[in-house]
Design a protein around this ligand. Structure first.
Ligand SMILES: Cc1cc2nc3c(=O)[nH]c(=O)nc-3n(C[C@H](O)[C@H](O)[C@H](O)COP(=O)(O)OP(=O)(O)OC[C@H]3O[C@@H](n4cnc5c(N)ncnc54)[C@H](O)[C@@H]3O)c2cc1C
Length: 509
């Protein structure tokens, strides 16, 4: 009888469900164990909800920042000087209901697709069994079900794709009402009047920009010199300048130490304790509450709400991993190689719990690679140099390939060009003032090795540069492809043309 490989996947986010689809297509018997719902945090609390919220914010910013220049008249009798700067408003309760509806619908669609492919989905908490590898080389996976029972599965290969959760600081514990993590903001019915965002990485910057656009007064507390310390410095500078111009209070080199909820009626500290009594939104019973954020240098910032975006913790504890021979690093992330193998035979890991590159696309790719490898299919090891990523602020910041930091530290020898969008005809027509296209190419061959786009919808514009990086195209090849006139992508071709000219001048000199 033909042996059918049994695969058990713990975690149903992009790392898990994409792997499940591939494994089922390759003929394996596949079970996905997930405790919260398929789609994982990516669909239920992180990526999909935040981008849905940002979709509303984007419409607000586009309208707000360009309607006057584009000649649009707003029917508003209020004399201009008395009229608030903002002419459109938002019903946050409605926005958040849409966010949650879309997330649940997407999780449902994924469950249907996975089930249709023949995958068994088990709701519960999975962990590796104590007996390690059985005599037949199989592994034991225990599933703690919601009814209190425990189910035992045997697998020829196990994939761990359990993701991460928001990091909490002991002196700034979220209460889900005034002090929030990014998973809790979708329960708000009213827009925070004054939002303090702690953390200026991608998540902090995206939420700070979004709430600013929706109408909150935002303070962004950053412990670093500038926002987005991990991104292209020119791109981060543009964004910080835009944030400040729009009225955001960006506090650099400011480390938040404690966050407290305070009731001004009683003067009492409501406490930064998880599960503290309900206070409601601004303007409701308890609506005089505010939050106090104390910085390391003693300064205190107040707001009506605080969003903590200070990183994440991998969901790898109490899963029997180390007992099974799976090595974790000091942060609890699972050590994997480029085909997603852990240090334990037959155990693979994918996605955020490995800390390799915290993106849904990378999680999915790691999961698929694990299954190709486990099931003996042709496999290409993970190549992080072709990953395209995007910061969904306004303007967006999209990046692919080698970066300015790689060039600066000598990891890649490349020449660079930066073309501001200001000179692009389509940008002028659309009233776009901020942003640029940056390309990096090898000095001798002109092969494109990286790029950055800062613009509205940069996430769409980066694809041509991704294609170039992935296929080792030269600047000549990128420059010779037609672009539409007028279009923002014309700037990518123009940047490639200018790099080509510079290359020729360098060769002549
Ligand atoms: C606010 C925010 C916005 C983001 N936006 C983007 C974006 O726009 N684009 C992008 O590419 N990435 C984005 N990311 C990152 C992206 O969400 C992650 O990279 C992605 O979710 C990783 O997928 P994963 O499969 O590793 O884990 P997850 O999506 O976290 O899924 C893991 C699943 O495992 C379950 N689980 C955990 N432990 C167990 C257990 N013991 N047993 C059973 N189930 C378990 C969890 O409940 C969860 O359902 C964003 C992240 C955040 C925080």
């Amino acid at each position: 009888m033909e042996h059918v490989t049994r695969i058990v996947i713990i975690g149903g986010g992009p790392g898990g469900y994409e792997a499940a689809l591939v494994a089922a297509q390759l003929g394996a018997e596949v079970t996905v164990v997930d405790r919260d719902g398929l789609g994982g945090s990516a669909v239920l609390t992180d990526c999909v909800p935040s981008k849905t919220l940002i979709a509303t914010a984007e419409v607000m910013t586009t309208f707000d920042s360009s309607y006057e220049e584009l000649g649009i008249i707003v029917a508003d009798d209020t004399p201009p000087l008395e009229r608030a700067a903002r002419v459109v408003g938002v019903d946050l309760g409605k926005v958040n209901r849409r966010v949650k509806r879309l997330a649940i619908a997407q999780s449902h669609d994924i469950t249907q697709a996975v089930t249709r492919a023949g995958v068994t989905v088990l709701r519960g908490k999975g962990r590796l069994g104590a007996d390690g590898q059985g005599v037949d080389g199989s592994r034991e996976v225990l599933v703690d079900r919601e009814d209190g029972s425990t189910e035992t599965l045997r697998a020829d290969a196990v994939l761990i794709a359990t993701g991460v959760r928001p990091r909490e600081l002991p002196d700034a514990l979220p209460d889900g009402e005034r002090i929030l993590t990014w998973t809790q903001v979708y329960d708000l019915e009213e827009l925070p009047r004054e939002l303090v965002v702690v953390g200026s990485g991608v998540t902090g910057a995206e939420f700070a920009g979004a709430y600013q656009a929706l109408g909150s007064k935002v303070t962004l507390v950053s412990s670093r010199d500038r926002v987005l310390p991990g991104e292209d410095p020119d791109a981060a500078e543009v964004l910080e300048e835009v944030f400040r111009r729009r009225g955001m209070n960006v506090m650099s080199r400011s480390r938040a130490e404690t966050v407290k909820r305070v009731s001004t009626r009683t003067g009492a500290t409501a406490g930064a304790t998880a599960g503290s009594p309900a206070g409601g939104g601004a303007g409701e019973e308890g609506g005089d509450d505010h939050v106090e954020v104390t910085l390391a240098d003693g300064r205190v910032i107040t707001g009506t709400h605080c969003l903590m975006a200070v990183g994440s913790i991998p969901n790898t504890a109490d899963m029997g991993l180390e007992q099974a021979g799976v090595t974790l690093n000091d942060w609890g992330q699972i050590k994997v190689d480029r085909v997603s193998r852990t240090t334990a035979p037959g155990v693979y890991a994918a996605g955020d719990c490995t800390g390799v590159f915290m993106l849904a696309s990378v999680a999915a790719m790691q999961g698929r690679i694990a299954m190709y490898h486990a099931l003996g299919d042709a496999v290409q090891p993970l190549n992080l140099k072709t990953v395209a990523s995007n910061v969904f602020t306004d303007p967006e910041i999209a990046t692919v390939g080698y970066t300015a930091a790689d060039v600066a530290c000598g990891k890649m020898d490349a020449v660079e060009i930066k073309l501001p969008l200001r000179g692009n005809p389509r940008a002028k027509m659309q009233g776009i003032r901020d942003g640029f296209v940056k390309l990096f190419c090898r000095p001798g061959t002109g092969i494109v090795v990286g790029g950055v786009v800062v613009s509205p919808r940069a996430s769409e514009l980066i694809h041509s540069i991704s294609l170039a990086v992935d296929n080792n195209l030269t600047v000549e090849q990128v420059a010779s492809a037609f672009t539409v006139y007028p279009s923002l992508s014309g700037s990518t071709a123009e940047a490639a043309r200018q790099l080509h000219i510079r290359k020729r001048e360098d060769a002549d000199s």
